[in-house]
Structures are given as C-alpha cells and as structure tokens.
Design a protein around this ligand. Structure first.
Ligand SMILES: Nc1ncnc2c1ncn2[C@@H]1O[C@H](COP(=O)(O)OP(=O)(O)OP(=O)(O)O)[C@@H](O)[C@H]1O
Ligand SMILES: [Mg+2]
Length: 277
C-alpha cells in the first residue's frame, strides 16, 4: 500500500501543466522571498486543489508566515509566481489585489487584530463594510455560527482568548471566502477552544472551502487532509492524513492514489530534492 506521496510537486521539478489544472485553486511556482542572504521562502512550488484542507508545519523561522503573507496578497515574492484560480497575482494591479483580499481570501491570525473599541458584532461588520455593505443580521448569524451570539455586544477586552479567536474567525468568514488562511489559529487557545475552532474548520471544509492552516500543534495539523513541512524556507516533506476530518475520494484521485493514505502521525515523505535522492 502506498501510504505516502511517492512524488512531490516541489523542488526542481516544474509543475505539470496537465496535473488537474482546472481543480487547482492555488499554485506556487518556484517562489522565493529573499531578505539579504536569508531565503525566508526558498524555491517553493506547491499545488493546492480546490477544497483541500492543508496544514503547514515547520520550526520557528522556517518561513510559514512569509508563505501565508505571499498567498494572502499581503507580500510579494522576490522570485517565482503565485496563481490563484489560474490568475497570476504578480500580474495584477493594486485594486485587483484588493479585490482578491476582500472577496476570495479570509484571514485568521494568532494575534486577533480585533478593534478594541468595537463590540464583537461591530468587528465583524467592519469586514462587511470593506467588502460591500454592513448587515447586522448576517453579522449576528456569523457570530451564532461560531457559538458567540450571546457575546455579540461585548468588547474584545470582555471576551476570553478563545472567544476573541472565534470573533476573528466569524470576521474572516463573513464574506464567504473561497480560501481561508489561518496562521496559528489555535496557538493561544486551550483544548476546548481549540476543538471549537477545529469544528468550525471541519464545517468549512465540508462546505467546500479551501483551508491552509499554519500550526505547531500536531493534533491540529493531523486534522487536515494533507500536511507540508517547511525547513529554512524549503518544502522538505509532505503527507496525507487518513484521519483528516473531511478527507474525500476526490483528493485521492487528484494525487493519483488508489488506496487510502497513511494514518496521521506517520513520517513525512521527503519533498523537494530529497525526494529525488
Ligand atoms: N521583513 C523581514 N525582514 C527580514 N527577515 C525577515 C522578515 N520577515 C521574516 N524574516 C525572516 O524570515 C524567516 C522566516 O520568517 P517567518 O515569520 O516566515 O517564520 P515562521 O515559520 O512563521 O516562524 P514562527 O513559527 O516563529 O512564526 C525568519 O528567519 C525571519 O527572521
Ligand atoms: Mg509565523
């Protein structure tokens, strides 16, 4: 039984042009972010099928946040290209990028970035305002969806860390983004709140949202369908999780697998050049 990916889309291989291109939401081609001598992201190629739940793991400084900022249109690569829905971000002007940030991407940070003098519901409505029009009913429904309807009129300072994180998630989801990027979304949470966030992600995944979640937590990582491992900005390994919450038949086909993938916890298959060795 092949329980790991036998090959990777990473490293020196060029992405295959016919590899299910219609189903790819995101594609990175040889992306690097270079600060002086430091390659924060180093020649990274990656394909993310639409609807996939992907986790990104790696030690501190391995380039996870830099990668998320590039995917989230908040930073640009020094080299390489990023394609979202087949469109190259590097060819877009500022207003097109703003549109993508508003309409396609939802961001969840470890630091919640809630506006301190606005209540939970007002924080959610700010995101609506930047997207289109505010709608209090819809904002309340979004808070209800993350179990916070009763806390809607509290200020961030009157909410626990887990509640603030859920407001942040409600805000990220209010405009129904196709791609949710979460950087350490459970880093500050206890187990119960972590589970609440994972349940929200599982529901999003079941509804077809693509999720990319940076985490240091092995359990959170294992809830995704697929994990990639970064080291010094390079993609050095990846694996599929059978236990991933919403793993679907389709993903096995996307990767040419004909048998169930390995249970979570198995070692990473080497990525990049290591895979060739
Ligand atoms: N603006 C910058 N200028 C110079 N170096 C930077 C800049 N931003 C990030 N770096 C460096 O790039 C590397 C990757 O940083 P990044 O924040 O992506 O790591 P990370 O994997 O998210 O780490 P952590 O798990 O601690 O959040 C680090 O060595 C960091 O110091
Ligand atoms: Mg980081």
């Amino acid at each position: 039984m092949t329980d790991m990916l036998a090959e990777t889309e990473t490293g020196s291989q060029d992405p295959q042009p016919d590899a299910g291109a219609a189903d790819l939401l995101l594609e990175l081609r040889h992306v690097s972010k270079i600060y002086g001598d430091l390659h924060a992201v180093d020649d990274l190629s990656l394909q993310v099928p639409r609807g996939q739940w992907l986790s990104v793991v790696g030690s501190s400084g391995s380039g996870k946040t830099t990668l998320m900022n590039i995917i989230g249109c908040m930073d640009t690569p020094t080299r390489g290209s990023v394609l979202l829905d087949g469109r190259e971000l590097g060819r877009m002007n500022a207003s097109q990028l703003t549109d993508i940030r508003k309409h396609v991407i939802g961001l969840v940070f470890q630091q919640f970035h809630l506006i301190p003098h606005l209540t939970a519901i007002e924080n959610v409505m700010v995101a609506q305002y930047y997207h289109s029009m505010t709608d209090q009913k819809e904002a309340l429904a979004a808070l209800e969806n993350v179990g916070l309807a009763e806390r809607a009129h509290h200020l961030p300072s009157q909410l626990s860390g887990g509640e603030q994180q859920r407001v942040c998630i409600a805000r990220a989801l209010i405009n129904h983004p196709e791609l949710v990027l979460a950087d350490e979304p459970t880093g500050n949470l206890d187990e119960a709140n972590e589970q609440l966030v994972l349940d929200i992600f599982a529901r999003l995944h079941a509804a077809g949202t693509t999720l990319i979640v940076v985490t240091h937590d092995a359990h959170v990582a294992s809830c995704a369908q697929r994990q990639i491992l970064l080291n010094h900005g390079r993609l050095v390994g990846e694996k599929l999780n059978a236990a991933g919450a919403g793993r679907r038949e389709k993903d096995m086909l996307d990767f040419g697998q004909d048998e169930p993938a390995a249970p979570a916890g198995d070692a990473f298959a080497p990525g990049g050049e290591e895979a060739q060795a």
